[in-house]
Design a protein around this ligand. Structure first.
Ligand SMILES: *Cc1c(COP(=O)(O)O)cnc(C)c1O
Length: 360
């Protein structure tokens, strides 16, 4: 067996102990004589899996009782439509556009009502988070929308925007469970799980109960109505059962590690190793404003396209893979999610130092 250090932005690295555990349970899950993949989603064994996953997630994030947890399909992208369909009662929503994912959500919402771009950082290739302390929030806005961690550009909201009393909706795909959050500050928190939690193909939606109703935009499909899934405990139709099972294992892994406070400590420690090197390097430099830096996605460049390509190629040969940056930023991006061990970041920095010496 030869494992690499996988710096992919998503689907991404998972904890090795979780992979080993699900491999051990592949042929016979908990004396059922079958894999979770083969199991009815209406079985007692699966009900226990989904109940425990929800319970552990609630514990990890300290989710209040007046919030529902939904395990849905369609990825994070489906929420770009599902949110306005369910929440845009006045057909108005305000968007803070800090990257491609926020922009996609903003564009999709325009199909359903008036989507206002109330702030943006597109003028500088999304390399910073705009000042959100006093934004022109629309008086009739149904909600204010953010993408809390910008996977492609490597920025993160360190402070939530002042929504002036309006509901906050946040896409947390790439920072899900990376640090403690105060769920009560949000109407909806959601994220695709393939960045920081589990395999691809599922989105977790944490939604305040009073936002769940039958009063949705005309024509909203049953499958895209939150109430459908809330009433059925995420089992209205066949869910992504195997994904829920693996996510449940990751929740247990996180709890065993000490929960989100400990995860934050580890993530800060890992990110510091990389950012400190970037700040001292003569060859490599980070691409975003220092105060807005993400702990999860770290883009960097040499300033020379050919040298960037050489770096990515040589790093790959060293078992440091998926470091090529997004095409809109160029250069490199190291995604260092919860499951990336500190040794992976240390190896990467050691290789960057060596590369810098060799290419000075
Ligand atoms: C990856 C990503 C998405 C898209 O996720 P899908 O599950 O592929 O739809 C949306 N938002 C953010 C912040 C992402 O990182």
């Amino acid at each position: 067996m030869s494992r690499v250090y996988n710096f992919s932005a998503g689907p991404a690295v998972l904890p090795e102990s979780v992979l080993e555990e699900v491999a051990r349970e592949m042929m016979d899950y908990n004396n059922t004589g079958m894999s979770v993949m083969e199991m009815s989603h209406r079985s007692a064994a699966f009900q226990q899996i989904i109940d425990e996953a929800e319970k552990d997630l609630r514990e990890l994030m300290n989710i209040p009782d007046n919030y529902k947890v939904l395990f849905l399909q369609g990825g994070a992208s489906q929420q770009f439509a599902m949110i306005p369909m369910n929440l845009m009662k006045n057909r108005v929503a305000d968007f803070i556009v800090t990257g491609q994912w926020a922009k996609k959500a903003y564009q999709e919402a325009q199909k359903y009502g008036k989507a206002n771009k109330i702030a943006s950082s597109e003028d500088k290739t999304f390399s910073y988070i705009p000042d959100c302390s006093d934004l022109p929030i629309s008086p009739d806005a149904d909600y204010v929308y953010i993408c809390e961690n910008n996977t492609i550009y490597g920025t993160k909201f360190k402070e939530l925007p002042n929504t002036k009393g309006k509901l906050l909706v946040a896409d947390v795909s790439s920072c899900f469970l990376s640090e403690p959050v105060d769920v009560t500050k949000y109407g909806i928190i959601y994220g695709g799980v393939q960045k920081n939690i589990g395999p691809a193909g599922m989105v977790i939606v944490i939604i305040r109960e009073d936002l769940i109703s039958e009063d949705v935009l005309p024509g909203t499909p049953t499958m895209l109505t939150y109430k459908t899934h809330a009433d059925a405990g995420s089992l209205y139709n066949t869910p992504n059962a195997y994904c829920i099972y693996v996510c449940g294992k990751v929740f247990k892994w996180l709890k065993n590690m000490g929960g989100l406070t400990e995860m934050q400590r580890r993530n800060e420690e890992k990110a510091k190793i990389l950012y400190d090197f970037l700040d001292s390097s003569k060859l490599f430099k980070g691409t975003v404003v220092a105060k807005d830096r993400s702990l999860m996605n770290v883009p960097f460049v040499t300033g020379d396209k050919d040298l960037d390509a050489k770096f990515v190629k040589e790093a790959t040969a060293e078992g440091l893979v998926n470091l090529k940056g997004h095409r809109t930023v160029g250069g490199m991006r190291a995604s260092i999610y919860n499951a990336m061990p500190k040794e992976g970041v240390e190896k990467l920095v050691a290789f960057m130092k060596k590369f810098e010496e060799e290419n000075a």
